[in-house]
Every structure is written in structure tokens, then in C-alpha cells.
Design a protein around this ligand. Structure first.
Ligand SMILES: [Zn+2]
Length: 388
């Protein structure tokens, strides 16, 4: 049932109500709508704040993570006072303070293959505020099966993307652009890539705008285009695309006909099996930071190789170690002996695992990855290092 606006609401939303094509009827649509936001980080923060302020009647919030200090550079929903606490509770407090009359539905386990379709089905549309590929593909696929539109946004370093996927209305889905999820080793961990906080604000605000237009039924959502933002040049481009008849999800002969858990994990199984195999011959492909410390202490000939970039090395380093940024490894193989144990680290362990796999292919059978990288080292071994 459509609820009417009371006099306080008419006053509060007067700047919406006086807009042509919005009016009281438009505000009623917003006030009676239900939007699911997945992820309350860099993108989810501005999305949640703007939608709460706009008076979206019910906001579903799906997030399982906690607030960490390095989030605060861009995740403007969260404050210092909520460090180490649930982002969901932090969001609840801030959004209720901003607009006490909206309903918040909290989904503390986030979005999972088991609950994705059912969760999205309960809302008018879903907004992707996440920062990783498995969840991005999961939301895309689940939104398609739930027959709900998806407002997509992503940021990478200085670049952003926004689109409105509504394949049930004839537009493309995310898989029409990018059919298959990249392999874990093909992409840098998002937190390793870095991002400017203000760019999250740009992309998140645009996602909110797309959602509001859809609910109001005004203007045009970017249903058949992806907006590409280069924040360094302020170049906004539109990439036009039709629905792809060969799309594995929304195409004529889809390969994906239901949500299967195995589709939305990085190929960890293979890594795990490899790990077990190496364990059996006492040559693990990666070890924890505690094991790394023991190895370095017990075998001084172990060479620690830092494959991060120059600017990261300036922030902190584990000494003694040699520094060869990942991209420069192939041209520096002559500096590395095949006879000694090589322990490789980066920030979180993704790039260094890539390097270890490469080194092993080149015959460096003693190359080992430090799982969790210098970030874990700082947490568990040496807290005097600056964490970033
Ligand atoms: Zn598609």
C-alpha cells in the first residue's frame, strides 16, 4: 500500500517536491521504495547516505566487515569511534541519525551464493558497492535470476565505472561486457591497487542518482551504456553495448542457469591442492608470517624479496630484504640464486604469490610466498612497522 506523506515529510523533502516530474507523487514513490545496498565501503558509503537523505523508505544493508583505520580515507559513512566494530552497526547509527524515519534492514552475513537471489528478490533494485570480482559476478547473476535491476559501480586507482544493468528489460548485464570472472592471479587485490577517496564519492553519487531516477521513472538510466570516468583528466565517456546473445547468463543459450557456489570463488581449490602437494614434499608454495619469521631466524641464507612498488617500500619494509618490484622480476632473474630459499612478500600476498608461481615456472623451486604479506607481518610479528 502506498503511504501518504505527512506534513513533516512534505517540509523535509520540499526540494524534491518542487522539482518538475517529481512532486509529491515522486516523493511518495521514493518513500515507498525498497533498495538493497551490498557493501558499505567506499561506494556503499555515499550511496547509503544519499539514499537515506532522499527518504528511500527501506534500505537493505548487506555487509559483514568491520571498520579498519585504512577504510576511513574513503568510507565516509564510518567514523573513528567505530574502529574494529561492525560496519553494519556503524552504518545503522549514522543513517538513523541522518534520517530516523526510514527503515533499515540489516543483513549481517552480507550476500552469499546461498541467499543472494532470495535477498535481492525482496527489494526494488540492488546497488553493488563491493570491491571484488566474485561478489560482483554473484550480484549480477542473482539480480538477473531475481529479475531486478542492478546499479553497478566500480573504482580502480583513478578510474571509475557506472552502469545500470536491467537485462530483463532488454539491456546488457555485466557478463555481456565481461563474460568470465578473471583468475585471481590476473588482477591486483583492490586494496593493493589503491584508490582516491573522492572518486568513490563521484561513482557512489552517480549510482545513487541512477537508483533515484529508476524509482521515480524519470530521465534515462544508463541501461545500454557504461560510463567510464577518468578522474585525472575529468574525461567521462560512454561505452554503448547491446545485450549479447552469446552472454553466458542472459544470452540465448545460457551456461549459467542457477547460482552455484563454485562459480563465485576464486580458484582457491587449485591453490589449496597445490599447497597440500608441496606440503607433502616439504616445499610449501606459501607459508604464514609466523612460519616466515621462523624460517628467516633459523636459516640466514634465506633471501627475502620485496616485490612491492617504490612508494610502498618507503612506507615500511622488513629488513634485511632485497627490493625488486613485481614488474621488474623478469629482467632481474640474474640477481636471484636458484640454490637458496626465496621468501617473497608484497602488501597482502597476492602479487607475491603471482611472482612465486612465475619463479617456480622458471626453475626456482625454493620460492615461497609469505601469506598475508607485510600487512600480516605488521599485525603479528612487528607492530613497530607502519601499517597502510
Ligand atoms: Zn548478459
Amino acid at each position: 500500500m502506498i503511504r501518504d506523506l505527512n506534513s513533516q515529510q512534505i517540509a523535509k523533502y520540499s526540494r524534491h517536491i518542487c522539482l518538475p516530474n517529481v512532486g509529491i507523487q515522486g516523493q511518495k514513490k521514493l518513500t515507498n521504495s525498497r533498495i538493497l545496498i551490498v557493501g558499505l565501503g567506499g561506494l556503499g558509503s555515499p550511496v547509503a547516505l544519499y539514499l537515506a537523505a532522499a527518504g528511500i523508505g527501506t534500505l537493505g544493508l548487506a555487509e559483514f566487515d568491520k571498520v579498519e583505520s585504512h577504510n576511513l580515507q574513503r568510507q565516509i559513512l564510518h567514523k573513528n569511534t567505530f574502529l574494529e566494530k561492525d560496519k553494519l552497526l556503524s552504518a545503522e547509527k549514522e543513517l538513523s541519525a541522518l534520517n530516523p524515519e526510514i527503515s533499515l534492514e540489516l543483513h549481517a552475513s552480507g550476500i552469499l551464493p546461498d541467499n543472494a537471489v532470495e535477498l535481492i528478490s525482496q527489494y526494488d533494485l540492488v546497488i553493488d558497492g563491493t570491491d571484488n570480482f566474485p561478489t560482483r559476478y554473484l550480484i549480477n547473476d542473482a539480480a538477473y535470476f531475481a529479475k531486478k535491476p542492478l546499479v553497478y559501480g566500480s573504482v580502480y586507482q583513478f578510474e571509475g565505472q557506472v552502469s545500470f544493468f536491467n537485462p530483463c528489460n532488454g539491456g546488457p548485464c555485466y557478463r555481456c561486457y565481461f563474460p568470465k570472472m578473471p583468475k585471481a592471479e590476473e588482477i591486483p587485490n583492490c586494496s593493493e591497487a589503491g584508490v582516491i577517496g573522492a572518486l568513490c564519492g563521484v561513482v557512489g553519487s552517480m549510482q545513487s542518482m541512477e537508483a533515484i531516477k529508476y524509482i521515480l521513472g524519470i530521465g534515462e538510466c544508463s541501461e545500454k551504456s557504461m560510463i567510464l570516468i577518468d578522474s585525472l583528466t575529468m574525461n567521462f565517456r560512454k561505452l554503448y553495448l547491446e545485450q549479447d546473445s552469446h552472454c553466458p547468463l542472459c544470452g540465448d543459450q545460457p551456461e549459467i542457469t542457477e547460482i552455484k557456489k563454485a562459480h563465485y570463488t576464486f580458484n582457491c581449490q587449485t591453490k589449496h591442492e597445490t599447497k597440500q602437494e608441496y606440503k607433502m614434499d616439504l616445499n610449501p608454495i606459501e607459508i604464514s608470517v609466523e612460519e616466515s619469521k621462523k624460517l628467516l631466524d633459523s636459516d640466514p641464507t634465506t633471501l627475502l624479496i620485496d616485490v612491492r612498488e617504490d612508494h610502498e617500500r618507503e612506507i615500511c619494509s622488513i629488513l634485511p630484504s632485497i627490493h625488486i618490484p613485481m614488474q621488474s622480476i623478469p629482467e632481474n632473474l640474474d640477481k636471484i640464486s636458484k640454490d637458496q630459499t626465496l621468501l617473497v612478500h608484497c602488501h597482502h600476498g597476492m602479487r607475491s604469490l603471482n611472482v612465486v608461481n612465475y619463479l617456480r615456472e622458471k626453475g626456482y623451486k625454493n620460492a615461497i610466498n609469505m601469506r598475508g604479506g607485510i600487512d600480516q607481518w605488521t599485525l603479528q610479528i612487528d607492530s613497530s612497522l607502519t601499517r597502510y
